[in-house]
Design a binder for this molecule. Structure first.
Ligand SMILES: Nc1ncnc2c1ncn2[C@@H]1O[C@H](COP(=O)(O)OP(=O)(O)OP(=O)(O)O)[C@@H](O)[C@H]1O
Ligand SMILES: [Mg+2]
Length: 419
């Protein structure tokens, strides 16, 4: 049997995998039977207990179903956006009464993906090309630790050999049409924004990567700013008692703190701040509801609702964010024009990355032949408009593919391991 190799895009929000052999083009492999499409696994895990109290762990789309069905109780957890916290100094987390290393948690996702993929392709695949963002984090120490965590997780999950490649370079490898010219790939996902500038001399001469740039600014930052800018009123943003007392602003900024919910409810300082605010406000119902929101980890459902409505705003002019918590009701209308200040930092990061990558390549905007939009957040209409304004509508292509990076990594895996 011919050896197969994998390209793995372990994304902040979504994970995909492509398989390559020596000859044909890379192809996507189904990795999540409950996801639609099964080639895109939501990067998330649910740690819970079944009706008899036995621990159970689920991945991807099933993890979300379990979250809705069972809720996060006791020592259960719903973990997501692992890639964004993978390099943090806190290296362990308590799950179902046991301490887990972050490497093990990441490996649990990779193993799930590998086992499903191996079953689908009919062999135990040993080698993988895995993607890396240009930057996981602005702090180089966190960045290095994130990469090391991913490397270790690949080993634990059963890969005997791995190599890394930059995600925007892989994105280009998948989308490149083969035409001669300079292509720019803009990949905006859940956690990072990545840009590559690649020259194709044409014919059989291989493409040359001229410059890359990246920022830690993408979909999750948009969601959080949307909450901070427009959705905090029902959580007590304007509430006042006594002479000018309010809920501490730093507590309110945690309402949309995606990856921190499992930590917040256990954090002694945070619990004390909540308790103090309760007493101080004479147990105002809004403050009590806010406490329960955190301590009962209702935030998972709220942030998921906000993300879903943000996605709708790419198609619709207006949406209504609905969330029913315990003693807490959010019913807020958001219009596309409200996204102005929410998207501003993303658009600034986009321009900065393009400037940086083109400067490294020694090129100007006019030298670019095509611009490819990749990643879910590249579907935001304002991103397309900004690219069209800068490069001309006729040069901008793509509709925010979620799987281009995996396909490109599959091609790079073939070149690296089977070439
Ligand atoms: N139509 C849409 N409009 C706006 N945002 C969208 C849309 N579809 C998906 N998104 C956002 O795109 C992000 C997921 O995109 P993608 O799957 O490319 O990210 P990822 O590869 O997991 O992350 P990263 O590459 O940053 O690690 C999420 O933040 C999601 O909310
Ligand atoms: Mg991505």
């Amino acid at each position: 049997m011919d050896e197969l190799v994998y390209g793995l895009d372990f994304g902040t929000s979504n994970t995909s995998l492509a398989v390559s052999d020596r000859k044909g083009p890379a192809r996507l492999v189904p990795i999540d039977p409950h996801a639609d499409p099964p080639t895109v696994l939501p990067t998330q895990l649910f740690f819970g207990r079944d009706s008899r109290g036995a621990p159970c762990v689920s991945h991807g789309a099933m993890a979300r179903k379990d979250l809705i069905r069972q809720g996060v109780k006791g020592d259960g957890r719903f973990l997501f956006e692992l890639k964004a916290v993978m390099g943090f100094p806190v290296r362990t987390t308590r799950l179902l009464g046991r301490l887990f290393d972050l490497e093990e948690v990441v490996a649990s996702v990779v193993r799930f993906v590998k086992e499903n993929a191996d079953r689908a392709v009919g062999q135990r695949v040993r080698r993988v090309m895995c993607g890396l963002p240009v930057r996981f984090n602005d702090d180089p120490e966190i960045d290095a630790r994130a990469e090391a965590t991913l490397a270790r997780a690949l080993e634990i999950a059963g890969f005997e050999e791995h190599a890394f490649s930059l995600e925007p370079v892989a994105a280009d490898a998948a989308s490149g049409t083969g035409e001669a010219g300079v292509s720019v790939a803009v990949d905006i996902g859940g956690g990072t924004l990545d840009v590559s500038v690649v020259r194709r001399p044409g014919g059989s001469t291989p493409p040359e990567v001229l410059g890359v740039a990246g920022r830690v600014e993408a979909g999750r930052n948009v969601d959080r700013r949307l909450i901070d800018e427009r959705l905090l009123l029902p959580f007590g943003r304007d509430l006042e008692w006594g002479d000018g007392h309010r809920i501490p602003p730093w507590v309110l900024t945690k309402v949309g703190a995606w990856s921190e919910f499992h930590l917040l409810a256990d954090d002694a300082d945070f619990r004390r701040a909540l308790a103090r605010t309760e007493v101080d406000s004479r147990r105002h119902p809004t403050v009590l509801a806010l406490s329960r929101y955190f301590l009962e980890r209702q935030g998972y459902s709220f942030v998921r609702e906000v993300e879903a409505r943000k996605i709708d705003l790419s198609e619709q002019e207006a949406v209504r964010v609905r969330f029913v918590g315990v003693d807490l009701l959010v019913l807020e209308d958001v219009r596309r024009e409200h996204l102005g200040p929410v998207l501003e930092p993303l658009l600034r990061a986009l321009d900065a990355c393009l400037d940086e990558a083109l400067a490294r390549a020694g090129l100007r905007d006019a030298d670019v032949t095509t611009v490819e939009r990749i990643g879910g957040s590249a579907r935001i209409p304002a991103i397309g408009e900004r690219l069209a304004a800068r490069f001309g509508r006729e040069r901008v292509r793509g509709a925010g593919s979620l799987t281009a990076v995996a396909l490109g990594l599959g091609e790079l895996a073939r070149q690296r391991f089977l070439g």
